[in-house]
Write a protein that binds this ligand. Structure first.
Ligand code: NOJ
Length: 694
């Protein structure tokens, strides 16, 4: 953060050192005037009085009376519930002692009481202590604590002084040692920052593109990738705007999030895959919520009233465990670690089995929950939280996922020579195929499903919600749609529900004709699941268009919804131009294009997969990698730098005649490959790969 005011230039660099649990605010103040200046510089942070921030805001008769602050040499220390549970920890950090410290300068005054710091009839715009240059040396005992520290700075013309504020949760001795370790602030902060940058570059450099699109490069190389790591780590659990203080990981979200980092850090991804497999119930379903203190083998399930009471999740979702298939497959294909399929992993509520058997059990769960037409029942929800189709109603989205899951399992079963299971798949998969083809294809679109009474949802004839996005994209992704169906369905999407800011999740929105399980009716038309431009499905439509070979369309969808393309639409979009949000208001809203719920959204991973696997065409499988870009036809050339199974690929794509997909030839280190596929055995440590598209 930079500021210039009245001949003073100030810079603050905020960072969390790599692998550490404290935050540093590295401050540099420079006198750019030609006279000597005397300044007071103050740092301020507001402590919660309770670690549970919801309680902190609503249970004031308690939280205001458990907190007090102390001052010790160069830091404010805040204690909560000081008399009890000494040494208690949260995620390895001291749960009861918080610190706000100053390193590299002397404290001239301090304050630990929020009201004293701000001052009666003052606000954050003019805190009384900052105005006067003296923070008053008051501490709190009850009511609201804060950390405020001031230092006096004398600056000759042109002179710079540097110091750092440090925030953390540390016991006394550790806090003191930590502050001391910043005695040489300049050197320490520089080294820490360089280490942080180097580590991020190391992660991100596993996959870098250089295309003619600055927006694409910026998202894929940096910002989308960064957001993928954020969602990978936090799922939806650390957001003030998402679910409040959510007490765990949602199954589908977390399994999907993993996909966004597989091409960058497959070994980091597999740790979380193991964790999510261990949260699979031994009836094959995913646990709707994996609580933070979840212990595999010991968990309750939606079948246990106590667990339901604790989590608030009374029922299984139709789709949760089906997300495991693409995630496990993508990991094995990226890493080449085929042994993973035989790794034994526990179930959430007892028992254990191999990854292969976990996946079979997920198939069993769907087979044991079939609806009216022998397709998977929609249950409490599918991907769409607002679709409650019940035990008899059916979701085509889940049916496509199910079909796709069977394709993946077929590949694993073939590898393992599991003839019995292959015979089973040979029986059930064609039945599913026939049902989807015979009952769910309507002229130029796939329907969304069936209500419990068998009424079609998403028929062309419906007055509302007659076109749904996900069944069209997933018909293609799953490999079920014929070429003709794919062409028609994708075209219908573009014609009926596309907008300048992305594709609506369905349209027209429900207003008068919703059915009982259509919970999206709660939302205004053009909003969220009710005809909004839900961001997550943008990645799937990008992928589907790419798989269909429509590079221009895929890129059009990328640009419509890409944060990086919003710099000159900031007044419409409102959201940061570098991160995806959960949804954008659709054309039926008077604020079409306005986006909401930033950072923690599955969009990060779906768009990343759509771009890497779809547009860039990086399609690894168990034995190697296919290179099949689907690009805008005006990309005449682009390059990709990719690490793959411990080797490096420098890929150059040449497209002088403006194709949007397809290939003429592929060479690896000068050797012509068969088709556009590189068997792993052809790879040296360093590889020059040239794909000619036209
Ligand atoms: C947000 C939820 O976190 C996610 O699980 C769900 O798939 C989407 N909403 C769509 O309803």
């Amino acid at each position: 953060m930079l500021a210039d005011y009245s001949g003073i230039h100030s810079e603050v660099l905020y960072y969390v050192p790599y692998g550490k649990t404290h935050e540093v605010w590295n401050v540099k103040v420079t006198n750019t005037s030609d006279v000597k200046r005397s300044l007071t510089v103050s740092g301020y942070c507001e402590f919660t009085n309770e670690n549970n921030y919801e309680q902190d805001q609503v249970n004031l008769q308690y939280t205001l009376f458990i907190t007090r602050t102390y001052f010790d040499k160069n830091r404010i220390k805040q204690c909560i519930n000081e008399n009890v549970n000494k040494g208690a920890t949260i995620n390895g950090a001291d749960a009861k002692l918080r610190m706000f410290a100053l390193a590299g300068a002397e404290v001239s005054s301090y304050c630990g009481d929020k009201e004293e710091f701000v001052g009666r009839y003052h606000s954050y715009a003019n805190p009384v202590g900052v105005e006067s240059g003296d923070l008053g040396n008051k501490l709190n005992y009850n009511l609201n604590s804060c950390g405020a520290l001031a230092t006096k700075v004398e600056l000759a013309p042109g002179e710079t002084k540097e110091f750092a504020f440090i925030v953390g949760m540390k016991p006394d001795a550790e806090a003191a040692a930590l502050v001391d370790s910043y005695a040489d602030v300049t050197a320490k902060c520089k080294a820490e920052y360089e280490e942080l940058v180097a580590n991020w570059h190391k992660k991100l450099n596993h996959f870098q593109v250089n295309t003619p699109s600055a927006e694409f490069n910026s998202m894929i190389n940096t910002w989308n990738a960064y957001q993928c790591f954020m969602t990978f780590i936090w799922s939806r659990a650390a957001s003030l705007t998402y679910c409040g203080q959510r007490n765990g990981y949602g199954y589908r979200d977390t399994v999907q999030d993993i996909q966004g980092i597989i091409h960058l850090e497959p070994e980091m991804a597999v740790e979380k895959i193991r964790f999510m497999l261990s949260a699979q119930v031994n009836n094959g379903a995913g646990l709707p919520l994996v609580v933070f203190d979840f212990v595999p083998g010991n968990s309750g399930t939606p079948d246990d009233p106590e667990w339901v009471k604790m989590t608030g999740h009374p029922a299984y979702r139709a789709d949760d465990a089906l997300w495991l298939f693409p995630t496990v497959y993508k990991y094995i294909a990226e890493s080449g670690n085929t042994d993973f399929i035989d790794e034994v992993i526990p179930y959430a509520n007892g028992g254990e089995n191999t990854v292969y058997e976990h996946l079979k059990l997920a198939i069993d769960f769907s087979m044991n929950h079939l609806g009216l037409h022998n397709m998977p029942a929609g249950l409490h929800a599918d991907w769409n939280d607002c679709l409650r189709l019940g035990k008899k109603g059916e979701s085509t989205f889940v049916a496509f996922q199910f079909y796709y899951a069977m394709n993946i399992l077929r590949e694993f079963a073939t590898k393992k020579n599991d003839t019995e299971y292959l015979a089973y798949l040979d029986k059930v998969q064609p039945e599913l195929y026939d049902n989807l083809q015979n009952l769910c294809w309507e002229d130029d679109r796939f329907i969304r499903g069936f209500m419990e009474n068998g009424t079609v949802i998403g028929s062309k004839k419906d007055p509302e919600a007659s076109m749904w996005l996900n069944p069209q994209s997933w018909a293609v992704i799953s490999g079920l749609a014929t070429k003709e169906q794919a062409e028609k369905a994708l075209e219908s999407v573009h014609r009926e529900i596309n907008s300048p800011y992305g594709v609506c999740v369905m349209g027209p929105s429900y207003v008068e004709h919703a059915f009982d399980g259509a919970l999206m009716l709660l939302f205004n038309p053009g909003t969220k699941e009710n005809g909004g431009i839900f961001s997550q499905p943008q990645g799937w439509i990008i992928l589907a268009e790419s798989l269909a070979g429509h590079g221009n369309r895929a890129f059009e969808y990328f640009m419509e919804s890409s944060p990086a393309a919003m710099n000159d639409k900031a007044e419409i979009r409102k959201l940061e131009p570098y991160c995806h949000g959960q949804f954008t208001e659709g054309p039926e809203s008077p604020f079409a294009g306005r986006s909401h719920v930033h950072w923690l959204t599955g969009t990060a991973s779906t768009v990343m997969v759509g771009c890497v696997e779809g547009i860039c065409g990086m399609r690894p499988d168990v034995n190697g990698i296919k290179i099949a870009p689907s690009i805008p036809s005006d990309w005449k050339e682009f390059t990709i730098s990719k690490d793959f199974r411990g080797k490096h690929l420098s890929i150059k794509v040449e497209n002088p005649n403006g194709a949007e997909s397809g290939y003429v030839s592929l060479t690896v280190n000068g050797k012509l490959m068969e088709g556009n596929y590189i068997p792993e055995t052809e790879l040296a440590d360093e590889n020059d790969v040239v794909l000619k598209m036209s």
